[in-house]
Design a binder for this molecule. Structure first.
Ligand SMILES: [Ca+2]
Length: 275
Protein backbone atom coordinates (compact mmCIF):
# COMPACT_ATOMS: atom_id res chain seq x y z
CA UNK A 1 0.00 0.00 0.00
CA UNK A 2 1.39 3.37 -0.95
CA UNK A 3 1.96 5.84 1.80
CA UNK A 4 0.44 9.18 1.01
CA UNK A 5 1.73 12.44 2.30
CA UNK A 6 0.14 15.82 1.87
CA UNK A 7 2.29 18.89 1.63
CA UNK A 8 0.48 21.17 4.04
CA UNK A 9 2.12 24.26 2.59
CA UNK A 10 1.05 23.65 -0.98
CA UNK A 11 -1.99 25.54 -2.14
CA UNK A 12 -1.82 24.19 -5.66
CA UNK A 13 -3.69 21.04 -4.75
CA UNK A 14 -7.40 21.12 -5.62
CA UNK A 15 -10.02 20.51 -2.98
CA UNK A 16 -11.17 17.28 -4.61
CA UNK A 17 -7.63 15.94 -4.92
CA UNK A 18 -6.99 16.86 -1.30
CA UNK A 19 -10.14 15.03 -0.31
CA UNK A 20 -9.09 11.94 -2.23
CA UNK A 21 -5.67 11.99 -0.64
CA UNK A 22 -7.25 12.42 2.75
CA UNK A 23 -9.44 9.42 2.10
CA UNK A 24 -6.48 7.39 0.98
CA UNK A 25 -4.73 8.23 4.24
CA UNK A 26 -7.86 7.31 6.13
CA UNK A 27 -7.95 3.85 4.63
CA UNK A 28 -4.85 2.66 6.40
CA UNK A 29 -5.76 2.54 10.07
CA UNK A 30 -9.44 1.74 9.69
CA UNK A 31 -10.77 -1.59 10.88
CA UNK A 32 -14.24 -2.98 11.48
CA UNK A 33 -14.13 -2.45 15.24
CA UNK A 34 -13.14 1.18 14.85
CA UNK A 35 -16.16 1.76 12.61
CA UNK A 36 -18.48 -0.21 14.83
CA UNK A 37 -17.86 1.78 17.96
CA UNK A 38 -17.46 5.10 16.16
CA UNK A 39 -14.17 5.95 17.81
CA UNK A 40 -13.17 7.84 14.70
CA UNK A 41 -16.43 9.75 14.31
CA UNK A 42 -17.28 12.57 16.69
CA UNK A 43 -21.00 11.88 16.43
CA UNK A 44 -23.23 8.84 16.71
CA UNK A 45 -26.17 7.73 14.59
CA UNK A 46 -28.31 4.70 13.91
CA UNK A 47 -30.69 3.33 11.27
CA UNK A 48 -34.38 3.00 10.47
CA UNK A 49 -35.57 0.33 8.04
CA UNK A 50 -38.12 0.52 5.21
CA UNK A 51 -39.22 -2.51 3.16
CA UNK A 52 -39.02 -2.97 -0.60
CA UNK A 53 -41.78 -5.41 -1.54
CA UNK A 54 -42.40 -7.82 -4.39
CA UNK A 55 -46.13 -7.68 -5.09
CA UNK A 56 -45.96 -10.69 -7.40
CA UNK A 57 -44.39 -13.10 -4.91
CA UNK A 58 -46.08 -11.16 -2.06
CA UNK A 59 -42.85 -11.10 -0.11
CA UNK A 60 -40.50 -8.49 1.27
CA UNK A 61 -37.64 -8.25 -1.19
CA UNK A 62 -35.32 -6.08 0.90
CA UNK A 63 -35.08 -3.69 3.81
CA UNK A 64 -33.36 -0.39 3.10
CA UNK A 65 -31.28 0.96 5.98
CA UNK A 66 -31.88 4.72 6.41
CA UNK A 67 -29.71 6.97 8.56
CA UNK A 68 -31.29 8.44 11.70
CA UNK A 69 -30.05 10.25 14.78
CA UNK A 70 -29.84 8.18 17.95
CA UNK A 71 -33.10 9.75 19.15
CA UNK A 72 -34.75 9.19 15.75
CA UNK A 73 -33.78 12.60 14.44
CA UNK A 74 -34.18 12.85 10.64
CA UNK A 75 -31.27 11.89 8.39
CA UNK A 76 -30.59 15.50 7.45
CA UNK A 77 -29.53 16.30 11.01
CA UNK A 78 -26.97 13.51 10.85
CA UNK A 79 -25.72 14.49 7.39
CA UNK A 80 -25.10 18.05 8.63
CA UNK A 81 -22.23 16.60 10.61
CA UNK A 82 -20.65 14.88 7.61
CA UNK A 83 -17.87 16.78 5.86
CA UNK A 84 -15.03 16.01 3.49
CA UNK A 85 -12.71 14.89 6.25
CA UNK A 86 -15.09 12.38 7.88
CA UNK A 87 -17.13 11.31 4.83
CA UNK A 88 -15.22 8.09 4.28
CA UNK A 89 -15.39 7.04 7.94
CA UNK A 90 -19.09 7.89 8.02
CA UNK A 91 -19.75 5.80 4.91
CA UNK A 92 -17.91 2.86 6.43
CA UNK A 93 -19.67 3.30 9.76
CA UNK A 94 -23.03 3.32 7.93
CA UNK A 95 -22.26 -0.06 6.41
CA UNK A 96 -21.22 -1.58 9.72
CA UNK A 97 -24.27 -0.17 11.53
CA UNK A 98 -26.61 -1.46 8.83
CA UNK A 99 -25.12 -4.95 8.82
CA UNK A 100 -24.99 -5.13 12.62
CA UNK A 101 -28.63 -4.05 13.03
CA UNK A 102 -29.79 -6.27 10.15
CA UNK A 103 -28.18 -9.22 11.86
CA UNK A 104 -29.64 -8.33 15.27
CA UNK A 105 -33.10 -7.81 13.78
CA UNK A 106 -32.92 -11.13 11.94
CA UNK A 107 -33.32 -9.84 8.37
CA UNK A 108 -33.65 -12.85 6.07
CA UNK A 109 -34.22 -10.95 2.81
CA UNK A 110 -31.82 -8.47 1.19
CA UNK A 111 -30.32 -5.60 3.16
CA UNK A 112 -30.07 -2.41 1.13
CA UNK A 113 -27.34 0.05 2.09
CA UNK A 114 -26.92 3.53 0.63
CA UNK A 115 -23.54 4.04 -0.92
CA UNK A 116 -21.75 7.38 -1.01
CA UNK A 117 -19.86 7.32 -4.32
CA UNK A 118 -17.35 10.02 -3.49
CA UNK A 119 -16.35 8.05 -0.42
CA UNK A 120 -15.05 5.23 -2.59
CA UNK A 121 -11.56 5.75 -3.81
CA UNK A 122 -10.02 2.33 -3.54
CA UNK A 123 -12.79 -0.27 -3.70
CA UNK A 124 -10.70 -3.18 -2.49
CA UNK A 125 -10.02 -1.34 0.76
CA UNK A 126 -13.47 0.14 1.11
CA UNK A 127 -15.07 -3.24 0.75
CA UNK A 128 -12.92 -4.80 3.43
CA UNK A 129 -14.88 -3.13 6.22
CA UNK A 130 -18.16 -4.43 4.79
CA UNK A 131 -16.76 -7.94 4.37
CA UNK A 132 -15.44 -7.90 7.93
CA UNK A 133 -18.79 -6.66 9.27
CA UNK A 134 -20.67 -9.34 7.33
CA UNK A 135 -18.40 -11.99 8.79
CA UNK A 136 -18.48 -10.59 12.32
CA UNK A 137 -22.27 -10.32 12.37
CA UNK A 138 -22.83 -13.49 10.33
CA UNK A 139 -24.72 -11.76 7.52
CA UNK A 140 -24.24 -13.28 4.01
CA UNK A 141 -22.66 -10.82 1.57
CA UNK A 142 -24.88 -12.03 -1.29
CA UNK A 143 -27.79 -10.52 0.63
CA UNK A 144 -26.26 -7.04 0.67
CA UNK A 145 -27.45 -4.55 -1.93
CA UNK A 146 -25.65 -1.23 -2.37
CA UNK A 147 -27.75 1.71 -3.58
CA UNK A 148 -25.66 4.36 -5.28
CA UNK A 149 -27.03 7.68 -4.14
CA UNK A 150 -26.94 10.71 -6.37
CA UNK A 151 -26.92 13.30 -3.60
CA UNK A 152 -23.75 14.78 -4.98
CA UNK A 153 -22.11 15.05 -8.35
CA UNK A 154 -19.97 12.02 -9.10
CA UNK A 155 -16.74 13.34 -10.51
CA UNK A 156 -15.63 10.22 -12.29
CA UNK A 157 -18.37 7.94 -13.58
CA UNK A 158 -15.96 5.56 -15.28
CA UNK A 159 -14.09 5.04 -12.03
CA UNK A 160 -17.43 4.43 -10.33
CA UNK A 161 -18.30 1.87 -13.04
CA UNK A 162 -15.12 -0.01 -12.10
CA UNK A 163 -16.07 0.16 -8.43
CA UNK A 164 -19.54 -1.22 -9.19
CA UNK A 165 -18.03 -4.05 -11.27
CA UNK A 166 -15.67 -4.86 -8.42
CA UNK A 167 -18.53 -5.00 -5.92
CA UNK A 168 -20.51 -7.24 -8.25
CA UNK A 169 -17.53 -9.57 -8.65
CA UNK A 170 -17.32 -9.86 -4.89
CA UNK A 171 -20.93 -11.03 -4.74
CA UNK A 172 -22.74 -7.85 -3.70
CA UNK A 173 -25.81 -6.56 -5.54
CA UNK A 174 -25.87 -2.97 -6.78
CA UNK A 175 -28.58 -0.45 -7.64
CA UNK A 176 -28.74 3.08 -9.05
CA UNK A 177 -30.76 5.10 -6.54
CA UNK A 178 -33.23 7.92 -7.34
CA UNK A 179 -33.04 7.23 -11.07
CA UNK A 180 -34.34 10.17 -13.09
CA UNK A 181 -33.51 12.77 -10.46
CA UNK A 182 -30.47 15.01 -10.05
CA UNK A 183 -27.35 13.51 -11.58
CA UNK A 184 -28.77 10.01 -11.80
CA UNK A 185 -30.06 9.72 -15.35
CA UNK A 186 -29.60 7.82 -18.61
CA UNK A 187 -26.01 8.91 -18.97
CA UNK A 188 -25.27 7.48 -15.56
CA UNK A 189 -26.99 4.22 -16.49
CA UNK A 190 -24.95 4.04 -19.71
CA UNK A 191 -21.72 4.25 -17.70
CA UNK A 192 -22.57 2.43 -14.48
CA UNK A 193 -24.26 -0.90 -15.06
CA UNK A 194 -25.99 -2.08 -11.90
CA UNK A 195 -28.22 -5.08 -11.14
CA UNK A 196 -31.16 -2.87 -10.21
CA UNK A 197 -32.45 0.64 -10.81
CA UNK A 198 -34.69 2.53 -8.39
CA UNK A 199 -37.07 4.94 -10.10
CA UNK A 200 -37.15 8.26 -8.29
CA UNK A 201 -40.35 9.11 -6.45
CA UNK A 202 -40.78 12.30 -8.48
CA UNK A 203 -41.41 10.12 -11.54
CA UNK A 204 -43.78 7.88 -9.59
CA UNK A 205 -45.95 10.57 -7.96
CA UNK A 206 -49.44 10.65 -9.53
CA UNK A 207 -48.24 8.35 -12.30
CA UNK A 208 -51.83 7.16 -12.75
CA UNK A 209 -52.81 10.67 -13.94
CA UNK A 210 -49.68 11.66 -15.83
CA UNK A 211 -49.32 10.48 -19.43
CA UNK A 212 -45.85 12.01 -19.82
CA UNK A 213 -44.42 10.19 -16.82
CA UNK A 214 -46.15 7.01 -17.93
CA UNK A 215 -44.37 7.24 -21.29
CA UNK A 216 -41.00 7.87 -19.58
CA UNK A 217 -41.37 4.97 -17.15
CA UNK A 218 -42.49 2.60 -19.90
CA UNK A 219 -39.39 3.58 -21.85
CA UNK A 220 -37.09 3.09 -18.85
CA UNK A 221 -38.75 -0.25 -18.17
CA UNK A 222 -37.98 -1.38 -21.73
CA UNK A 223 -34.36 -0.22 -21.50
CA UNK A 224 -33.92 -2.07 -18.21
CA UNK A 225 -35.49 -5.22 -19.60
CA UNK A 226 -33.09 -5.22 -22.56
CA UNK A 227 -30.15 -4.69 -20.21
CA UNK A 228 -31.41 -7.35 -17.76
CA UNK A 229 -31.76 -4.76 -14.99
CA UNK A 230 -34.53 -5.09 -12.41
CA UNK A 231 -36.63 -2.00 -11.79
CA UNK A 232 -37.85 -0.82 -8.38
CA UNK A 233 -40.40 2.01 -8.08
CA UNK A 234 -39.85 4.05 -4.91
CA UNK A 235 -42.16 6.53 -3.25
CA UNK A 236 -45.41 4.67 -4.00
CA UNK A 237 -48.15 6.25 -1.89
CA UNK A 238 -51.47 5.18 -3.41
CA UNK A 239 -53.17 2.07 -4.78
CA UNK A 240 -53.71 3.92 -8.08
CA UNK A 241 -50.00 4.61 -8.49
CA UNK A 242 -49.26 0.97 -7.69
CA UNK A 243 -51.79 -0.40 -10.20
CA UNK A 244 -50.43 1.80 -12.99
CA UNK A 245 -46.83 0.75 -12.30
CA UNK A 246 -47.85 -2.91 -12.10
CA UNK A 247 -49.53 -2.59 -15.50
CA UNK A 248 -46.08 -1.70 -16.90
CA UNK A 249 -44.69 -4.98 -15.57
CA UNK A 250 -42.93 -3.58 -12.49
CA UNK A 251 -42.94 -5.97 -9.51
CA UNK A 252 -40.78 -4.27 -6.86
CA UNK A 253 -42.01 -1.28 -4.86
CA UNK A 254 -41.14 0.90 -1.90
CA UNK A 255 -43.12 3.70 -0.30
CA UNK A 256 -45.54 4.83 2.37
CA UNK A 257 -48.34 2.86 0.71
CA UNK A 258 -46.61 -0.28 2.02
CA UNK A 259 -44.75 0.93 5.10
CA UNK A 260 -42.98 3.95 6.54
CA UNK A 261 -39.43 3.54 7.85
CA UNK A 262 -39.32 2.19 11.37
CA UNK A 263 -36.65 3.24 13.88
CA UNK A 264 -34.24 0.38 14.58
CA UNK A 265 -36.95 -2.13 13.71
CA UNK A 266 -38.46 -3.96 10.73
CA UNK A 267 -41.89 -2.73 9.66
CA UNK A 268 -44.38 -5.32 8.50
CA UNK A 269 -46.56 -4.78 5.42
CA UNK A 270 -50.34 -5.23 5.80
CA UNK A 271 -51.45 -8.23 3.76
CA UNK A 272 -54.12 -6.12 2.05
CA UNK A 273 -51.35 -4.08 0.38
CA UNK A 274 -50.33 -7.12 -1.64
CA UNK A 275 -53.84 -7.78 -3.00
CA1 LIG B 1 -31.84 4.89 -1.22
Amino acid sequence: MNKVTIDETSDSIGEFEACKLMMQKDFQPLGCHECADNRLLDFDFTMAFQPIVNTTSKQIFAYEALVRGINNEPAVQVFEQVNDSNRYRFDQACRVKAVKLASELGITCLLSINFMPNAVYRPELCIRTTLAAAEQYNFPIERILFEITEAEFIEDQLHLAEVVDYYKQRGFLTAIDDFGAGYSGLNFLANVRTDLVKLDMALVRNINRDKVRQAIIKGVRQVCEELDITLIAEGVETAEELRTLQSFGIELFQGYYFARPLFQALPTVPLARFL
